[in-house]
Design a binder for this molecule. Structure first.
Ligand SMILES: [Zn+2]
Ligand SMILES: [Zn+2]
Length: 222
């Protein structure tokens, strides 16, 4: 069996087409697709957890979800709260049982089922980009998105030894553009307050706030 090379891309399948179709301008597509996959997973968790015995067992063994996923679940917009209320009722019943015995309630301070699901979705999406980077459709989608966040770019570079020039150029240019804006912003502080206000665009003033998204992608939501 031959190793996969740029000349022999794998066969395109449904996840590839879903990935290409879901790309949005200005958003890391790996972050975006992972967030969408987690939304579906949480919907399923909230709808089906009462019937999903292995998942219920896992949640009990882990003492529920981790802090990050619990907070994201509590911050879910536009969803019926019944499924979450059922999950949280179970956690509180176990906490009360422990307290009745004078014991500390058990909490999940490590990874949870959602963490594992999220890592899996992230890996699958990164794998798609890595496998199809020489494909025209994937190229067009990534260019349209504006590129990956630096965290996913770094992860991808750990997976693929050779990256096409267009891909490296896209990410270099994106980082250079933000760098240029920050330099301009910093330099403007040498001016008087009035001159600075005149020299800065609205975009310049908030550019530093985009750094977290540039490196780590948009804040994750359920
Ligand atoms: Zn990302
Ligand atoms: Zn978690």
């Amino acid at each position: 069996m031959f190793a996969k090379t740029a000349l022999s891309p794998p066969e395109k399948h449904l996840p590839y087409f879903k990935f290409i179709k879901a790309v949005r301008p200005g958003t890391c597509p790996v972050c975006d697709r992972t967030t969408q996959a987690m939304g579906e997973w949480f919907d399923n968790l909230l709808d089906e957890s009462a019937n999903d015995r292995p998942l219920r067992k896992r949640l009990d063994e882990d003492s529920g979800l981790c802090a990050d996923h619990t907070r994201r679940l509590c911050a879910m917009p536009d969803r019926d709260g019944l499924g979450a209320a059922v999950l949280f009722r179970r956690r509180l019943e176990l906490a009360l049982e422990a307290l009745d015995r004078g014991k500390a309630p058990r909490l999940n301070t490590g990874r949870c089922a959602a963490c594992d699901e999220e890592s899996g979705a992230e890996n699958r999406n990164l794998g798609l980009v890595a496998d199809f980077l020489d494909d025209e459709g994937m190229r067009a989608a990534i260019v349209a998105s504006g590129g990956l966040c630096l965290g996913h770019l770094a992860a991808l570079m750990g997976r693929r030894k050779f990256l096409p020039a267009w891909f490296l150029d896209l990410h270099r240019e994106r980082s250079a553009a933000l760098h240029g804006t920050l330099v301009r912003y910093i330099d403007s502080y040498r001016l008087s307050t009035e001159e600075r206000r005149a020299a800065q665009t609205e975009e310049d003033e908030v550019a530093w706030r985009s750094f977290a998204g540039h490196v780590h992608g948009p804040a994750r939501r359920v």
